[in-house]
Design a protein around this ligand. Structure first.
Ligand SMILES: Nc1ncnc2c1ncn2[C@@H]1O[C@H](COP(=O)(O)OP(=O)(O)OP(=O)(O)O)[C@@H](O)[C@H]1O
Ligand SMILES: Nc1nc2c(ncn2[C@@H]2O[C@H](COP(=O)(O)O)[C@@H](O)[C@H]2O)c(=O)[nH]1
Length: 432
């Protein structure tokens, strides 16, 4: 239902919203629509028709969808550490404690929730910092469905919401000793604020100059195997007799830092990443000859004779696969190092004049401590419930979820936040 008041259109939604402040109530979104384009009013009206049911009581929010009710917050084994999740199967009346995957949000002083599409619930945490306010509970995404099959249990997965998108990661593969690490070091040295290295996990022993957490996370095989089972890795492979793997977190940390992620992984790993949901650029580095490869490996002096022979044997297969598998977007020949480095820069769109891209200043928008959510298509209106702020459109925030990317077990990127005023100005073409 909505009322039109000349000069000041007041909209009252009949959609359920939630807070942790007791029973859910009918949302009364009241703001000046003096300059709002007519279609926005239509959109708002349409949004109210999106049926779902969200209720809150005693710090728990329940979101009913289909024959399931997801109860978020409240009592659970881990509730001191993270926001708990339970599911009520309405057809059987039974409670289910699902396997909860992904990075879990720390408990907050209440939260609000809204169902997005048919596969995830957006949770906004009261009084949280701008980088910790939005979380997604995936209930039926492709990842969740896959994990249900693998684990044979009910599964939900958390993913942290992040503003903006990151550039496509760059996967660099090639036989051992071809010069991948050398090229990556050159790139990171020239563009330190543009690129970040995905620090892999490995069960091999550290070399003399290698630092744990910088070159690799050196890890015992049994621990890595457990972490693989827990779904913490984007890809892994057994390479030259040791386990190597890229954790989801390793890639996300680079993107969190606003940098483009570089992965130095073998061909099997590249194939896995290609098959994953991570969109990346794939580059294969070839040696000028097997003789030169052997010379470089021996000159590096980091492997035993037995290891050198094993790596050379594997190199033949890797080069064959690299050239014929269709995994790679680009081939580089590392004969002359400087020439090869220039080619790498060219295909990454860098030339001698480019310096680090200036980071765009992201406007910090303060979220109200106590708020409700209303969904209108791909926009979520965050409405302050602090009485003196409730009427002012400047205190309403619009969260745009139209360009979401990624998701559990990593971050959900692509959130966009505007104040209601700047959002309405954008619709009517006003610039300040
Ligand atoms: N174009 C080149 N010409 C001569 N030597 C090179 C060239 N590129 C790299 N090297 C040398 O070859 C050796 C192997 O290089 P690097 O360690 O970068 O290989 P890699 O592909 O990262 O190997 P791995 O997969 O085993 O980590 C190093 O000693 C490096 O200095
Ligand atoms: N599939 C993966 N391969 C990886 C990863 N990290 C490194 N590697 C590859 O292993 C070999 C050997 O490396 P080294 O440091 O022991 O010489 C090399 O081809 C790397 O590209 C990973 O996370 N996943």
């Amino acid at each position: 239902m909505y009322y039109l008041d000349p000069g000041n259109i007041e909209l009252l939604s009949s959609i359920s919203i939630s807070t942790d402040q007791g029973e859910s109530r009918v949302a009364g979104i009241a703001f000046s629509m003096g300059e709002a384009p007519a279609f926005f009013v239509d959109e708002l009206q349409k949004g109210f028709a999106n049926g779902f049911d969200v209720k809150s009581k005693g710090g728990e929010t329940s979101v009913a969808y289909g024959n399931r009710t997801y109860v978020i917050g409240g009592a659970c084994e881990e509730s001191a550490l993270s926001i708990g999740v339970r599911i009520l199967d309405q057809s059987s009346g039974e409670w289910i404690n699902p396997t909860v995957l992904g990075t879990k949000p720390k408990p907050s002083k209440g939260h609000s929730a809204v169902l997005l599409g048919e596969d995830r619930i957006l949770i906004t945490k009261n009084g949280s910092s701008a980088d910790d306010f939005a979380w997604f509970l995936e209930v039926d995404t492709q990842y969740v469905r896959q994990q249900k099959k693998i684990l044979g249990t009910e599964v939900v997965a958390w993913s942290k919401g992040v503003r903006g998108c990151s550039e496509k990661p760059v996967v660099i593969s090639g036989p051992s000793g071809v010069g991948k690490g050398t090229l990556i070091s050159m790139l990171m040295k020239e563009y330190p604020s543009m690129f970040g290295f995905s620090v892999s996990h490995t069960t091999r022993a550290a070399r003399a100059m290698e630092k744990d957490g910088v070159h690799y996370h050196f890890i015992e095989r049994s621990i890595m195997e457990k972490e693989l089972e827990d779904g913490k890795f984007l890809e892994f492979a057994s390479v030259h007799g040791n386990l190597y793997g890229t954790s989801v977190e390793a890639v996300e940390l680079v993107a969190d830092d606003g940098k483009r992620c570089i992965l130095d992984i073998d061909v099997q790993g590249a194939r896995s990443v290609r098959a994953s949901s991570l969109e990346a650029i794939f580059i294969f580095v070839c040696p000028p000859s097997m003789e030169e490869l052997e010379k470089r490996l021996r000159a590096r002096g980091t492997e035993t004779e037995e290891q050198v022979l094993k790596r050379l044997r594997n190199a033949k297969t890797e080069i064959d696969q690299g050239q014929s598998s269709g995994i790679f977007d680009h081939m580089l020949y590392n004969d002359n190092l400087e020439d090869c480095y220039q080619s790498l820069k060219e295909l990454l769109g860098l030339d001698g004049t480019v310096t680090a891209a200036p980071k765009s200043a992201t406007k910090v928008v303060d979220l109200p401590m106590d708020h409700s959510l209303t969904k209108i298509d791909n926009k979520i209106i965050i409405n302050s419930r602090t009485p003196e702020l409730e009427k002012a459109s400047t205190n309403m925030i619009v969260l745009d979820v139209s360009a979401l990317k990624g998701g559990a077990p990593g971050r959900t990127r692509g959130l966009d936040i505007h104040t209601m005023d700047s959002f309405l100005d954008g619709l009517s073409g006003i610039t300040h």
